[in-house]
Ligand binder design. Structure first.
Ligand code: UDP
Ligand code: MG
Length: 349
C-alpha cells in the first residue's frame, strides 16, 4: 500500500511550506477505502447501513477497485439509544472491516464527521450519512475519478424530489445567498464526498471551531470532480436536522466564510450619514427662511440625524477591523501547493 507521504498534523500552520509541501501524487492501485459514517441515535439504521457498505466494499474488492484494508468507520456522536452497542457488536462480527469511534458527547454532525475523517485510516475516505439517503451506486464512479487523479469527488444531488417544498426553497435561497456573499459552495452538495488522504491531511490543518465542511473543502482546491445522484428517503428513523439545526448550520456557513455582513453595516452607515447631511441642509434652510418654524425644532432634529449617521458609520468602521481580526484568527493555510516540478525538497523549506 503506498500512502502519499502525509503532512504531519502537528506541524505549525504558520509555516506555509509545511502545509503546502507538495507530496508525491501516487494513486494506489488498490486503495484502502474507509467509509466515515457519523451516527446520532441511528439505532434503526446502523446494521442495514453496515450490511450495504460491506457488500459494496466486497464487490469493489472483487473487481480490484479497492484493497483488502478497506473498512467502515462508524462515529457515534453522543447517541442516547443503542447505536453504540450495535456498533460494538458489528466490530466484533466483522473484525478488521468495521470500526467504531465513540465521542464523549453530542458535538453535531460536522464535528462528528471531522472526528471520523481525522481518525480514519485509509488512502481514500468517503463520508456518508448513516441513513443511506445518498445513493451508493455512484461510489464506483467516485473511485474511478480518484484513480484518474482527483483528490476530491463531490456527490451532488441532481434533484431534490425527496425534500419538502419548504426545504427545497430554503436550500436554493441559501446557496444563492452564499454565492452573493462571495462564498464558494457547490449547489446541492452536502457531505457526501470522497477525499484522498492528501486532501484530508490538508483539511486537518484548518483549525476552525465553527465548522462548515462543505465550504472548507472548497478552499482546499486540488483536482476535483462531481458525481450526480438522486437522494432517496431515509431508510428508517427520523431526521436529526430539524429546521432550527439547518438554520444554525446555514448561519455558521455564512458567518465563518464571509465578512460581508459587517461591510453592509459600513454601507448602511454611509447611507445614513448622507441622508443626515441632506436632512441637515433642509432643516437649516427651513429654520433660517421660515419664520413660522417651531423654535427648538432644528436643534433637536439636527443632532438626532447627525449622531445616528455617525454612530452607524462608526460601528461599520469597527466592523471592518473586526472582519480583519476574524479572518486572521482562523489561521487558515494561506496557500496549498498541488504539485511542484524541478524543485528539490530542500528548495521548498
Ligand atoms: N448526525 C450526527 N450528529 C448530530 C446530528 C446528525 O452525527 O448531532 C448524523 C446523523 O446520524 C446522520 C447525518 O448526521 O448520519 C445526517 O443527519 P440526518 O440524516 O438526520 O439529516 P438530513 O438528511 O435529514 O438532513
Ligand atoms: Mg439524512
Amino acid at each position: 500500500m503506498t500512502v502519499p507521504d502525509p503532512v504531519p498534523v502537528s506541524t505549525p500552520v504558520s509555516t506555509p511550506a509545511s502545509v503546502s509541501g507538495p507530496v508525491a501524487v501516487v494513486v494506489p492501485e488498490r486503495p484502502a477505502v474507509t467509509f466515515v459514517v457519523p451516527c446520532h441515535n441511528e439505532e434503526p439504521v446502523v446494521e442495514g447501513t453496515a450490511r450495504a457498505l460491506l457488500a459494496l466494499i466486497a464487490q469493489q474488492r472483487e473487481i480490484g477497485r479497492c484493497g483488502p484494508a478497506s473498512l467502515v468507520l462508524f462515529v457515534d456522536d453522543g447517541s442516547t439509544d443503542r447505536t453504540w452497542a450495535l456498533i460494538e457488536q458489528l466490530t466484533r462480527d466483522h473484525p478488521g472491516r468495521i470500526a467504531g469511534l465513540s465521542l464523549s458527547r453530542n458535538v453535531g454532525h460536522q464535528h462528528a464527521l471531522l472526528a471520523g475523517l481525522s481518525t480514519a485510516p485509509g488512502d481514500v475516505l468517503i463520508s456518508i450519512d448513516a441513513d443511506l439517503q445518498d445513493d451508493l451506486t455512484v461510489i464506483p464512479q467516485m473511485l474511478d475519478y480518484y484513480q484518474q487523479g482527483h483528490d476530491i469527488v463531490y456527490g451532488v444531488r441532481a434533484q431534490r424530489a425527496s425534500d419538502t417544498r419548504l426545504k427545497r426553497m430554503t436550500a436554493a435561497g441559501f446557496y444563492r445567498l452564499m454565492r452573493r456573499l462571495g462564498v464558494d459552495v457547490i449547489d446541492n452538495h452536502a457531505d457526501y464526498r470522497l477525499m484522498s488522504r492528501r486532501a484530508v491531511e490538508i483539511l486537518r490543518e484548518f483549525g476552525e471551531v465553527n465548522l462548515f465542511l462543505r465550504g472548507l473543502v472548497r478552499l482546499i482546491g486540488l483536482r476535483s470532480a462531481q458525481v450526480f445522484y438522486d437522494r432517496g428517503e431515509r431508510t428508517a428513523g427520523t431526521t436529526k436536522y430539524p429546521m432550527s439545526r439547518m438554520l444554525a448550520l446555514a448561519l455558521d456557513g455564512i458567518t465563518s466564510f464571509s465578512a460581508v455582513p459587517l461591510r453592509l453595516i459600513s454601507m448602511l452607515g454611509l447611507l445614513t450619514s448622507l441622508f443626515a447631511l441632506a436632512v441637515s441642509i433642509w432643516v437649516l434652510v427651513v429654520a433660517l427662511t421660515k419664520p413660522s418654524a417651531v423654535p427648538g425644532w432644528a436643534s433637536t432634529v439636527l443632532p438626532i440625524t447627525f449622531i445616528g449617521g455617525v454612530q452607524i458609520l462608526s460601528i461599520g468602521v469597527l466592523g471592518e477591523y473586526i472582519g480583519k481580526i476574524y479572518m486572521e484568527t482562523k489561521h487558515r493555510p494561506r496557500f496549498i501547493v498541488d504539485r511542484a516540478v524541478g524543485l528539490s525538497d530542500e528548495g521548498l523549506q
